[in-house]
Design a protein around this ligand. Sequence first.
Ligand code: ADP
Ligand code: ASP
Ligand code: MG
Length: 458
Amino acid sequence: MIVMKFGGTSVADFEAITRTIFIIGSKLDQKPIVVVSALSKVTDLLYRIADSAASKDTVQTGELLSELRARHTGLTCELLAQSPMLKEDAVQRVNEICDGLDQLAYAVCAVGELSDRNKAIIISNGEILSSTIICFAMNAKGIRTNFIDARKMMITNDSYLKGEPLTEEISVRVPDMVTAAFAGMDAVITQGFIASDLDGEQTVLGRGGSDYSASLIGMAVDAQRIEIWTDVDGVRTADPRKVKNTRYLEKISFEEAAEMAHFGAKVLHPLTIEPAVRKNIPIYVLNSMNPSGKGTAILRNELIEDGVKSVSFKENIRVINIFSMKMINTSGFLRRVFEIFSENKVSVDLISTSEANISVTVDASEKVERLVEQLSEFADVIVDDDKAQVSVIGKNIVRLNGMLKKTFAPLKRTNVYMISQGASFVNISFVVDREELSEVVQDLHDHLFENPEELEVF
Ligand code: ADP
Ligand code: ASP
Ligand code: MG
């Protein structure tokens, strides 16, 4: 079996879905489990519906709901134009899903209150709609395809908007459901991103979570490979939307990919690598608009050469500076600080400490108000919102001769804060002023990738 995950742009419209079905059709001998995201921009639209309903704006909510319905019914009619019977069933199904969503959104409008539980239900509709439509379209093209509701097999804890997968439960449920669904079939299709808790309540894995779903499913069925189909020719040395002259990477290690994703490369959800590593399953990042390309292979460490692979960055971070004179000579201070981070479930990226100060960076999406209040009870806390984080990533770079000099040489006129290197051998990270980020990243990328062969390993 293989897992093939198609992101939003790969299922954006009639042309994209037709290409995607063609790609799947060429791999039926490998028993594809297809995992799809919502159509491009639909999850954003669902968030807007949730917000608009929460603010009791019935008119706007109605308009957004109509936009969502029209896009999906229109696409269904286009894809199934040659199969009138299937078209009728599919349009009916799409309308039923949209009716359910309308009801919930108007109920939220009426009370003007949106729980995380209801928000998870609202935003999960994108994947339910896309997978339903694509399942019909695959069958119409002669690919016998069975539909699996991911909420019956992807089980998380009860954190509705950022469910943490219960991997043992998933490993038990997925293989049985997938095997049963393949009986007499060429392919199965399911949703990325969406899941449920042990009580059957809807949860989601967090933004961009479909990659993670694909990897968890791959792990559970011991897939031969996990394919992440997206809109770029594989993983590149930096985000090609933000940096000029990026290079394509033919292969990188699990560890390099995990660090890149964790430190800002949006091409993969940060947690995608971990389930694949457990079973040593290769991941391929491929371009659905150029299916004959080789893509990037993400493989085990031993198969990958040392050297700089990427400049990744996080534009939206917070630096939390914690000052306390009491810190001097007190051994329990750090423990107390990090217990508060742990209680509030806020995860920390970089840390630097001095005699009476600790600075940490966290993702801007983390909720820190309560944490700051608790820290302020025994320390002075300053939160800095105008910084960004840059990471140079590559196998064993920390051991490369001249690497630090090469990293910081192009940044002569930049203020650099919180340098971190050596915590892992693959990552050198630091913080800069956000207004300088674009220039820093471009200069650094130019400098590191112009003559990478100059860097030697000890
Ligand atoms: P999908 O909808 O298929 O999940 P995403 O938009 O989540 O696609 O991820 C693909 C995007 O990731 C690319 O269009 C690219 O802009 C961005 N990206 C960020 N960093 C990198 C990188 N190092 N290599 C390739 N793409 C990257
Ligand atoms: N549709 C979800 C999102 O936009 C999940 C995904 O695309 O991976 O975040
Ligand atoms: Mg994505």
